[in-house]
Design a protein around this ligand. Structure first.
Ligand code: FES
Length: 121
């Protein structure tokens, strides 16, 4: 692949919502945007694209848990309070949750359903 080429993944099956709120800080409280969540969202997006995981990153407003941010939610799965820790280990922890959710959703898509439309065990 030529560097710079972009090959779209399959249609996203779920989203990862990252709070990128940045306070004006008149109240001296921390915010996710002030603790690096915008760079975190970009890094997760690059990893998702590189691994061709059918997920999308949604950059969103405050999740009302500012003291423990950056905060993010894997749709249908884990909620993360990173407490200012953007280490590679925490990012890998998030990626493990994203990969697991992708597998779960792919399996749901291919699981047999009964006459009522419910997934059979
Ligand atoms: S600034 Fe992210 S939860 Fe409030």
């Amino acid at each position: 692949m030529i560097e710079g080429d972009w090959i779209p993944t399959e249609k996203p099956l779920f989203m990862v919502r990252v709070c990128i709120n940045k306070r004006l800080n008149t109240d001296r409280l921390p915010s996710c945007g002030g603790r690096g969540s915008r760079g975190l969202a970009d890094a997760l997006e690059r990893l998702i694209l590189a691994e061709r995981i059918p997920a999308s990153i949604t950059r969103g407003p405050c999740m009302n848990n500012c003291l423990h941010g950056p905060n993010l939610k894997v749709q249908g799965a884990d909620y993360f309070n990173l407490e200012g820790d953007l280490s590679d280990a925490r990012i890998e922890e998030i990626m493990i949750a994203i990969r697991a959710e992708a597998v779960r959703r792919r399996n749901l898509r291919t699981a047999p359903v009964n006459d009522d439309g419910a997934v059979e065990p």
